[in-house]
Write a protein that binds this ligand. Structure first.
Ligand SMILES: NC(=O)c1ccc[n+]([C@@H]2O[C@H](COP(=O)([O-])OP(=O)(O)OC[C@H]3O[C@@H](n4cnc5c(N)ncnc54)[C@H](O)[C@@H]3O)[C@@H](O)[C@H]2O)c1
Length: 319
């Protein structure tokens, strides 16, 4: 694949023998990422709230795969620490944190109640935070480098109507990832924000995971039930395909891992609309110098240079 980095040039250019902790790894995209990592020789810890899926997920990765499973609700902070302990007890060190667990909760903003907001933000954003607070110090401590991958969504880049509870969390995940990447580079820990478009998965069945604590004050429960009956389109990308794309992004230490070129025009229009809304005035140089630290993030320039020099080649599109 054209955007693989040479070994040694990025923190996780070679994942052989490294350990990945994948939240929401028992189904869909997380399992696709697990499969790609196992094939590449990594050890994998699958942490998922759906206990019923854990054994099946492990079996699907093959008898020879180095896989540990642990039931975890990513909103459970003590549980997260115990799961990380279990991962270290089995494999010694964690190198890759894939903050991927998520629930597809959305609908009209006028129907969103506090239980909808709290569950959506708690899993989709809070789960990523809990992973960082629990596992990042462990990666830093062993000093062998690592990679943080956060599963955001294309919806963070092209927000659409009727998706506020989902999009707000995914946009937060993206901003968080962009903000921490420069800080962690000095620790030899890469950060990648993963923004998939539609992928074949169980996400439409998220409603069955809604905890009792978030049921009383919800405006979305009937909608979730309907969504759960909807068939997954064969046009959506497969989880195994996106898993390979994530692995390529990890090896290259890409800041952004994208999957669907169909979104490019909509993204460009959004960024153009934002830029077109900038006051058409002279720059105040003195002010610019005073706030210079706010005006750029070197990580964007690095990513642009990396991608311009080595354009992403989509699998199946030739060399
Ligand atoms: N499928 C898509 O089209 C799509 C698009 C963009 C982003 N995403 C994101 O990808 C990630 C994976 O979703 P997917 O599409 O594979 O869905 P999925 O439902 O197939 O997989 C999500 C997994 O997360 C687990 N999970 C849910 N809540 C959890 C919790 N509180 N603690 C631990 N595990 C929990 C589920 O049991 C499931 O195994 C999510 O963050 C989702 O928002 C999906």
């Amino acid at each position: 694949m054209a955007h693989e980095a040479a070994p040694g040039t990025t923190p996780m250019a070679d994942v052989t023998g490294k350990t990945a902790f994948i939240t929401g790894g028992a189904n869909g995209i997380g399992l696709g990422i697990a499969r790609a990592l196992v094939k590449a020789g990594a050890n994998v810890v699958i942490a998922d709230i759906r206990e019923s899926s854990l054994a099946e997920a492990k079996a699907s990765l093959g008898a020879d795969a180095q896989v540990e499973t642990v039931q975890l609700d990513v909103t459970d902070r003590p549980g997260f620490a115990r799961a990380a302990d279990q991962a270290e007890a089995r494999f010694g060190k964690i190198h890759l944190l894939i903050g991927n667990a998520g629930v597809g909760i959305m609908g009209p903003i006028v129907d969103a109640r506090y239980d909808d907001w709290d569950w959506a933000m708690g899993v989709n954003f809070g789960g990523v935070i809990n992973g960082l607070v629990t596992i990042l110090p462990r990666i830093k401590a062993h000093g062998e480098g690592g990679q943080i991958v956060t599963t955001s969504s294309q919806s963070a880049l092209v927000p659409i109507s009727f998706s506020a509870t989902y999009t707000a969390a995914k946009a937060a995940v993206l901003g968080l990832s962009e903000a921490i990447r420069g800080e962690l580079a000095a620790e030899n820990i890469g950060v990648s924000a993963f923004m998939p478009g539609p992928v074949q998965s169980n996400i439409a069945m998220s409603g069955e995971l809604r905890p009792d604590a978030f049921k009383a004050d919800s405006g979305y429960r009937a909608r979730e039930e309907e969504l759960g009956k909807r068939a997954v389109s064969p046009l959506w990308m497969t989880a195994d395909e996106v898993g390979e794309r994530v692995l390529a992004g990890i090896r290259a230490n890409d800041l952004y891992i994208l999957t669907h070129p169909e979104f490019a025009a909509g993204m460009r229009t959004r960024f153009d609309a934002i830029l077109a809304s900038m006051p058409d005035e002279e720059i105040n140089q003195e002010r610019a110098e005073a706030i210079g630290f706010l005006l750029r993030n070197k990580e964007f320039e690095d990513q642009l240079a990396r991608r311009t020099a080595t354009p992403v080649t989509l699998p199946g599109a030739g060399a």
